[in-house]
Design a protein around this ligand. Structure first.
Ligand code: ADP
Length: 649
């Protein structure tokens, strides 16, 4: 029989919300500032949830262990109580065997028999350690009692209303807890029929005090209750709980109990126990409950039925230890979950940092490869333009070579033109000695026939002189006409003037100018001698042309050194340069001379030769009339080899 307690509403269950607050990164802009607060809130909720789960689990586990211990304790108490009660089971039955009792039942009015029975019961009571032993007749009247001497003795009392009497008269063993009507002393009544079981002539009753058991319960850390078939506490480790109702009594039941005087008009108050919740500890017994006494801490209530009775033992144990353990576990779970969550957050932050680093590295690598690609492109461009430049340079060099060859060709052409101009004079120059040779050689033969050997010798000497002169003329012409480029870089100015005048001898002879020469014979300039001669032939030839038909023709040559340069002026007293000639002097093919006399290349080529050697050519009209050309060339170094400056002709 379990004591059904009314649950006062499940108020202790914590309702922890399981859903976390939204902590996602897609918060509206205005809420972004609240993100840390929300995260903190979510963390607190998760920690709270973990703590509550830990508390619940630990509390339930500790309660289950406590319930196991309680079951053992309960079993021990039940067995102790059972054996204590069984201890007296034999006493009522024993009386039916005794002849003094049987004799009294036959003659209840016999005072002597009654006295003997009383003595016997008194002795037996003392021996058995019971509270009272008495005998009732078939009508429930007390015939003999162990307490016959006491003023509050049961003798003569009518107790037919007692349930134990009824049970015994029905031929059964009666068991009953009740409070005595005379002394309000509670006790356990055991009854047995006397005589035949089917037709008893009386009833034997033993009353046992259960207080020694109660005393044994005291001092334990738990409360022990024994409730009878009515749910009324008949034994309790706390005496103040005695004769209180464990479960609510209906008004009818109260009425019935009042009438039966089982508890002798005790008020039977309701124990202020409320059910917190039923426990299912998995041991098959669903009778374990968590109860609360008034506003006190929850207690574990365990029940066990006492075999052979309708009674029930209830063990109430304090759950504060389980609660402390649960609180510790909750704190531990909270701390652990906070640690794990913080660890998770730290790991998340670390992962984000690592991801950012990887992204930065990827961006850097991309930028690097882009840079490398650009450098490669630029290098390719550069090498392409380099190749183009090299090709252009090669083309320029080739063009320059072609130009140089053309220039050389032009110079040679100019020179040959000069030679052509000179050819008439030279032919005339050579005709004279040739005619003289013919005449002299004819005369010499005649002198040889006459044997005038002295004249022959003289004529032969003259012939040798004439041939030498002709050789000099052709040699000079050959030397002038040959292509230059023998590598010599220096020339003596005076020698070049001499050679030029020699080449122009016929024309000089024809014009017969007054020649004024002021040229230091040691002066050497940087120039190929052949080229220098070509320049001088041009300048002197032009002067001779300008002087043709002039009265008192004059050519003045004057050389002087200015710094590192040598200046040579060639001045004539001709008509001078016309305005047009002055403007177009160095223009190729500009000439004022009639066809066949001038090509208009002389001054152009001369200026080119001088420029090439680091010099220059300039022209001016002299204030006193006539043209004046100035040739400028670098002075040759002093340590120059004189052989270099020597004319080859
Ligand atoms: P070319 O002698 O074949 O005409 P040049 O280049 O030597 O070619 O001379 C060009 C022109 O410069 C001449 O035709 C002439 O008109 C003028 N010129 C050159 N030298 C003199 C000079 N000494 N006096 C006057 N005119 C000159």
């Amino acid at each position: 029989m379990t004591g059904p307690l009314h649950p006062p509403g499940d108020t202790t269950r914590a309702t922890a919300p399981a859903s976390a607050a939204p902590t996602g990164s897609r918060l509206p802009h205005g809420l972004r500032g609240l993100a840390p607060l929300l995260a903190l809130l979510a963390l607190a909720m998760l920690v709270g949830l973990a703590g509550s789960l830990g508390y619940r689990y630990s509390y339930d586990t500790a309660l289950a262990r406590q319930a196991e211990r309680g079951q053992v304790q309960l079993r021990l108490y039940t067995q102790a109580l059972e054996s204590e009660l069984a201890h007296y089971d034999y006493v009522p039955g024993l009386l039916s065997l005794d002849e003094r009792i049987a004799a009294l039942l036959l003659r209840p009015d016999d005072a002597a028999r009654a006295a003997r029975a009383n003595d016997y019961l008194s002795a037996l009571n003392t021996r058995a350690g019971t509270r009272v032993i008495y005998v009732l007749d078939a009508h429930g009247k007390v015939l003999a009692s162990s307490n016959w001497q006491r003023p509050d003795s049961y003798l003569g009392e009518a107790l037919s209303f007692r349930p134990y009497f009824q049970a015994a008269m029905d031929g059964q063993l009666g068991r009953f807890y009740g409070v005595g009507t005379t002394r309000s002393e509670s006790g356990y009544y055991l009854s047995a029929p006397l005589g035949e079981r089917d037709n008893p002539v009386g009833v034997a009753v033993v009353k046992i005090g259960l207080e020694p058991l109660e005393n044994r319960w005291q001092g334990a850390d738990s409360q022990m209750l024994l409730t009878d078939e009515n749910g009324v506490v008949i034994l309790a480790s706390d005496p103040s709980w005695k004769l209180a109702a464990l479960r609510p009594l209906s008004p009818e039941a109260r009425e019935r109990l009042m009438r039966s005087l089982q508890y002798n008009r005790a008020p039977l108050p309701q124990l202020p126990l409320t059910l917190v919740r039923k426990l299912n500890n998995g041991n098959g017994s669903s009778s374990d409950e968590l109860v609360r006494l008034r506003r006190g801490p929850p207690m574990l209530a365990q029940h066990a039925a006492l075999p052979g009775t309708d009674w029930q033992l209830t063990l109430l144990t304090n759950t504060s230890q389980a609660r402390v353990a649960a609180l510790n576990t909750a704190a531990l779970a909270g701390v652990l979950s906070a640690f794990v969550l913080l660890l998770g957050a730290a790991w998340n932050v670390r992962r984000r940092i690592v991801n950012e680093r990887l992204a930065a590295r990827a961006a850097l690598e991309a930028a690097n490869s882009e840079l490398e690609r650009k450098v490669a492109d630029r290098t390719a461009d550069l090498s392409t333009s380099n190749q183009r430049l090299q090709a252009e340079v090669a083309e320029r060099i080739r063009a320059e070579t072609v130009l140089r060859q053309a220039q050389d060709g032009l110079l040679q052409a100019g020179k040959l033109a000069a030679v052509g101009q000179m050819s008439t004079g030279i032919a005339h120059e050579l005709n004279q000695p040739l005619a003289a040779l013919r005449t002299i050689s004819g005369n010499t033969g005649k002198f040889l026939e006459r044997g005038d050997y002295a004249t022959v010798r003289a004529n032969l000497d003259t012939i040798i002189g004439l041939v030498e002169r002709m050789g000099r003329i052709t040699g000079a012409l050959k030397s002038f006409a040959r292509k230059s480029g023998n590598g010599r870089r220096q020339a003596r100015l005076a020698e070049a003037v001499d050679n030029a005048l020699f080449l122009l001898q016929t024309r000089v002879d024809a014009v017969q100018p007054a020649l004024q020469r002021d040229v230091d014979p040691t002066l050497a300039v940087v120039c190929d001698p052949n080229r220098l001669e070509q320049v001088l032939v041009n300048l002197l030839g032009n002067a001779l042309d300008a002087l043709a038909g002039q009265p008192a023709p004059r050519i003045a040559l004057h050389a002087h050194v200015a710094g590192a340069m040598v200046h040579l002026t060639v001045r004539d007293n001709g008509a001078g340069l016309s305005e047009e000639a002055f403007a177009r002097l160095f223009e190729p093919f500009f000439t004022t001379k009639p066809a066949g006399q001038g090509l208009g290349l002389g001054l152009t080529l001369s200026a080119g030769i001088l420029n090439e050697n680091g010099g220059s050519l300039s022209a001016a009209n002299h204030p006193d009339g006539g043209a004046c050309f100035t040739l400028v060339l670098p002075l040759a170094p002093h340590d120059a080899n004189p052989q270099d400056a020597k004319h080859a002709g």
